[in-house]
Design a protein around this ligand. Sequence first.
Ligand code: IFM
Length: 452
Amino acid sequence: MSRIEFPPNFQWGAATAAYQIEGGMRVAGKGESIWDRFSHSPGRILGGATGDIACDSYHRFQEDIDLLKSMNLSSYRFSIAWTRIQPEGKGPAHRSGLDYYRRLMEALLEAGIRPLPTLYHWDLPQALEDSGGWPARDTAGRFADYAAITLRELGDLASDWVIFNEPNVFTALGYVLGIHAPGHQSLEAGLRATHTVNLAQGEAMRAMRSESSGLRIGTAFNMSPCEPAGDREEDAEAAERWHRFVNLWFLEPALHGRYPEAFLKGVPEETMGIQDGDAERMQAPLDFLGINLYTRSLVEEDLNDAYGIGAKPVEPQGDRAGPRTDFGWEVWPSALRDMVLRITRDYDRPVIEITENGCSYGDAPSAGGQIPDTRRIEFHRGFLQALHQAIEAGADVRSYHAWSLLDNFEWAEGYSQRFGLAWVDFETGERTLKDSGLWYGQVAQENGFEAR
Ligand code: IFM
């Protein structure tokens, strides 16, 4: 057995998001978000679940911090609900919303834990959706105003900030596929949304920097290494185009002010509403790249795909396939190594933070109250081992955040998918560390573990 040792000062953390854990939907003047509206619309969420109460972290955040402490974690990634700061998505800051996040962040600092806030984890104010949502160019300016207000008021409590969570996911699922809020099904709206988000990323970064100095700013990109499904050259080219769309569509504009060549017929500039000067506006020289990674993508050529990318992901089959989580996602640990090394190679060794990685398994408390989620331990062990290989090969990775600290509201799946290191009893709100949480706490304390 050899020991896997992470670099000194490596940060061990866990992640959550406002709508998924906070509850407190009707308290202290909070405005309605697209997820409040969507989850209350019949037939949208499995079992009719909503985030009205969720893990009740709005009232129980000290218990969450106690869990982080008991696992020896030094970083907590959470998100700020825009509608607590600006209930209608514009106008002056709402004092009680700011006070909530101030109390949370002060308590984290008190516990010796880095607060790593995300400005946008999918909960757009409904009032902004009513005036066009992300497909409307104006939303970029509204977002930059919100970013400025938030940094003005809370910038003294955190130096490290994440702008967006998984822009490729919320634009595709919310505007093209319609399975997430706000539930639209329009390719054109989805493409326009991607451009507004890219503009917003640049504008928000400039606004944040003008409010507070010494910030480290990143975005959490949902990434997945794209491998050709077959041996044909066409599949290899399709996998490369898919990589550009899935992994780089929000990264290239930020770092280089341009869109990657993902589409067969070039970037659909007119559909996206690209204007003169946007190349400069989109630029956001990120200080670190957040990577959220769950699985790999196998891709084959499909010249009839709706986007015009000429590619589609396919399910791994037979002996090429890894085991599945309860969500059906393939467990493929080397995906994390491959993705981190590809980004390290192509972007001149950027600073990387793993902002999410985790798995859904439903293991429930045994009669003795213990939660024996051994598959989750194996999942994290495998991915951490792969991440360590990437670091050994030269990647500059500074942190790892398990998704998630708590079982929580898993979007369209309601409460059916449990990703937590801690079990949550949704009747009582009680939290109990699972065996994986106990194991992860030891890894954090020892900054490594014995390899198998
Ligand atoms: O729960 C989500 C999270 O909000 C964003 N990344 C993926 C997680 C699991 O689906």
